[in-house]
Design a protein around this ligand. Structure first.
Ligand code: NAD
Length: 472
């Protein structure tokens, strides 16, 4: 039988005392219902508990924080948990594929920076010493998408707790069950590691009403929305500090100087990753006329199926596009399942459907998030760049380009202004999977934080000591 250290016992007692005290406060918290392992009946109770947890968390050392961050990584990286999260997310949301979801959850656990991301700045001189330290907001409200349900919780929880906050999650209703499972596991493990209970909370029944209640709750100091334009606009209109990680529609530009074989392989890998669910995945290809045939040929060699019959392409449009939106039932489905629905039997190993279409086509315009990739033929490099910029819709999210012309790569990166610009690699290299740099699942283009990490979930606070501690 394991015994609790006196330090852990002290924290548990403090936590209980704080929770009781908080429920007696005249701020709407009275009558708050207790949660179990971070899951609460109502939003107010969840937030009040997260606030109490944060106050307790402030007494923990940086070493404690680092340990708790490691606890989150350990929970996520248990092989049986990786498998469970991937299988259940596919089952419950009806989107994506298990192997890629395992890779995504692993990336979230391994590549998200922890406390080392919080760098202190200092000035010292005749007048003394001034520091800028990175300090928590308190309770953060985080809204997570159906496309990366557990990945975003792992990624946000690591970054937000590393920065000293607690977090209330508002998951997509379709991903509730697996998000609850993860939040329970994380709470149990964190408490066992000596962390305050309820650093990571949510509600039993996530809904738009609950998200709205979270957004307007006075104890929530920062909102972080990872999702489409609706929720990003909602947090930006909340009157609170907000980080918005919104939609993308990443173009992949391939010019005549590219290594076409490699470009084709990279694009198929990136675009078919988790059935095209990632916001970073290639959503359309703009290729120079001279190399388009070779590119398609090489893509087919790497698991793409080319749909050539215009009538079948129209049938596919009717199936998966509704006006300016993708039809949810087909988002993240396997390429073979989508093809079967239009009467095409896909060869074994098909990961991606490609179709050559004119630039104005819905497959270019709409963020499909399914393994269907438009191929557009451009006459000149300038036209290709113009089209790539238009197709990205000004989201400033992600673009890729395959080229060995440094000037062309530079020109394109300047023109498209995306947060992520991957040169000569699959799109996922941009979030640290096979590319240098840390990873994230919350890419804040609209609000400019870029690839978010602990430092973005924190406030910059200046401490000034006048006339001392300067040894220069
Ligand atoms: P979604 O916008 O439908 O939902 C995202 C979250 O917001 C969900 O939890 C949902 O319940 C909630 N929500 C949506 N509208 C709301 C409203 N009006 N009020 C309250 N809550 C609301 O998106 P999704 O289908 O779950 O995810 C896919 C979208 O997210 C795509 O557009 C994708 O590009 C984007 N995304 C962006 C990033 C990024 O880092 N920038 C990461 C993943 C996904």
């Amino acid at each position: 039988m394991s015994t609790m250290s006196p330090e852990v016992v002290r924290r548990v007692i403090e936590q209980v005392v704080r929770e009781v005290a908080t429920r007696q406060q005249p701020n709407g918290a009275a009558g708050a219902s207790p949660g179990v392992d971070g899951i609460f009946a109502d939003m107010d109770s969840a937030i009040v508990a997260a606030d109490a947890a944060w106050r307790s968390y402030m007494d923990c050392s940086m070493k404690d924080r680092a340990r708790f961050v490691q606890t989150i990584r350990d929970v996520a990286l248990k092989p049986e948990n990786l498998e469970h999260m991937a299988r259940e997310a596919v089952e419950q949301t009806g989107m994506g594929n298990v192997l890629d979801k395992i890779a995504k959850n692993r990336a979230a656990a391994e590549l998200t920076p922890g406390t080392e991301d919080l760098i202190t700045e200092a000035w010292s001189g005749d007048d003394g010493l001034t520091t800028i330290e990175i300090s928590p907001y308190g309770v953060i409200g985080a809204i997570t998408p159906t496309t990366n349900p557990t990945e975003t919780v792992i990624n946000n929880a690591i970054g937000m707790l590393a920065a000293g906050n607690s977090v209330v999650f508002s998951p997509h209703p379709r991903a509730t069950k697996i998000t609850h499972w993860l939040i329970r596991e994380l709470n149990r493990a964190l408490v066992a590691a000596g962390a305050p209970a309820n650093l990571i909370v949510t509600v039993q029944n996530p809904s738009i009403e609950n998200t709205n209640a979270m957004m307007s709750h006075k104890l929530v100091r920062l909102l972080v929305a990872t999702g489409g334009p609706g929720i990003v606009n909602a947090v930006l209109s909340s009157g609170k500090k907000a980080i918005g990680a919104g939609a993308g529609n990443p173009p992949a530009l391939v010019d005549a100087t590219a290594n076409i074989e490699k470009a084709a392989r990279d694009i198929v890998l990136g675009s078919s990753f988790d059935n095209n669910l990632p916001c970073t995945s290639e959503k359309e290809v703009i290729a120079l006329d001279a190399i388009t045939d070779l590119l398609k040929f090489e893509m087919v060699k790497n698991g793409a199926y080319e749909l050539r019959d215009p009538a079948l392409i129209d049938k596919l449009v009717a199936l998966v596009v509704n006006g300016r939106h993708a039809v949810t039932d087909w988002v993240g489905k396997d390429a073979s399942v989508i093809l079967e629905a239009i009467g095409v039997l896909a060869p074994a190993g098909t990961r991606l459907i490609i179709a050559e279409v004119p630039f104005e086509h819905p497959f270019v315009r709409v963020e499909l998030m399914m393994p269907i990739l438009a191929i557009v033929r451009a006459a000149t490099l300038d036209q290709a760049m113009d089209w790539a910029v238009i197709a990205e819709h000004g989201n400033r999210h992600t673009a890729t380009m395959h080229s060995s012309d440094v000037n062309a790569l530079t020109k394109m990166a300047k023109r498209i202004q995306t947060t992520i610009f991957v040169k000569n690699g699959p799109s996922y290299a941009g979030i640290g999977i096979g590319g240098e740099g840390y990873g994230t699942f919350t890419i804040a283009g609209p609000t400019g934080e870029g690839l978010t990490s602990a430092r973005h979930f924190a406030r910059r606070r200046r401490c000034v000591l006048v006339g001392g501690l300067n040894v220069r």
